[in-house]
Design a protein around this ligand. Sequence first.
Ligand code: AMP
Length: 387
Amino acid sequence: MLVTLSANLLFVNIFKICVICVLKKLKVDIFLLLVANKVVLLGKITDYFGFCGGIQSCLLSILLFIIRLLLPRGAITYRTKTLNVAYMSRNSNIVDCGFRSVISSVCELCEWASAERRSGKRIGLVPTMGNLHDGHISLIRQASLECDSIIVSIFVNPMQFGKGEDYNSYPRTLNNDVQLIDGLGLECMYRVFVPEVSDMYPDGFNSVVKVGGVTESLEGKCRPTHFDGVTTVVLKLFNIARADAAYFGQKDYQQVCVVRKMTADLNLPIEIVTCPIVRDQSGLALSSRNAYLTDQQKKQATSIHQSLLLAENIIVNEKCRNVETITNAIKNKILNADNAEIDYIAVADPITLNELKSIENHKKIIILIAAKISNTRLIDNKIISIQ
Ligand code: AMP
């Protein structure tokens, strides 16, 4: 059905314009077209005829949103942004995406990026797994400030999930993500790169990028194949985009260290930019996995950030230099919350990530924590300057 619609795009567009003109004459605001009981067209007249601000447009959008939610699973909805065409299924996978900003083919993205590069643009890359929140947005904004053209990749990379991890249940909210980016009003050129797994890892794919040393502790110990998956996909993205700079969050501190090491070891011509952790009002570091937490668990999870603040206080104000005292204080704070379990607490050198026995003679340290609240595994960290 979808393929047929795509093949007949011209026909669909002519048909669409005729239908919309008639509807507009009839002063209809929202339309829903059913063919064989399937929704094939769903839209708002104002989508087609320029931007209509004000409360009417707002109410129409809310109504459309509710109708889309109520659609049966698998229903085909057709929505537009001016004359762009997007066929979507109810389960959020864009089948044939007409968002002007989205590229889903590896080849097409290579071509787009090459053309940008040829015209002298500085290209920024923001790799993500989607389900975008303000943490991701901060990376996108930073990239847009420093680059002429940016690529935001959204790819839930199967290779970085271990057996029994949450690859299948990882939140996928592609339509919202694209709309969120489109709504940022970025002044630079941008594309959202949403490759298929089969395009990134075609049949016969048989390579792994393995960084030693920095991958072996902390996350690497708890999730033994994780960083191989990260470095493999990140190098692929670097090669596809051939960006000048790539933006990563300090939230995944060890990941940035691993990417920096790979970049240095392999002489990759790309600048790695680290952006600060974005937190919610309670201090909880934003993460797509926070979606797994109930409100009660979110409150409990704030103990992770509070324990980092407590450690900072002990070090900076109480001048404590004993690593065991510091980690015990963190442990007690986190374990005070119900259903909390600690994977690791590490006091480390921020460059090498080597764990420290004493913080005497160190000007800067980092504390990294991984803990589970109920079954949700969360990570957080804090860099602390010592006078
Ligand atoms: P993810 O989609 O979880 O793979 O994250 C994509 C990028 O966003 C990574 O570089 C993360 O470190 C970064 N990121 C995730 N959460 C945050 C946050 N709360 N603050 C800043 N950056 C973040």
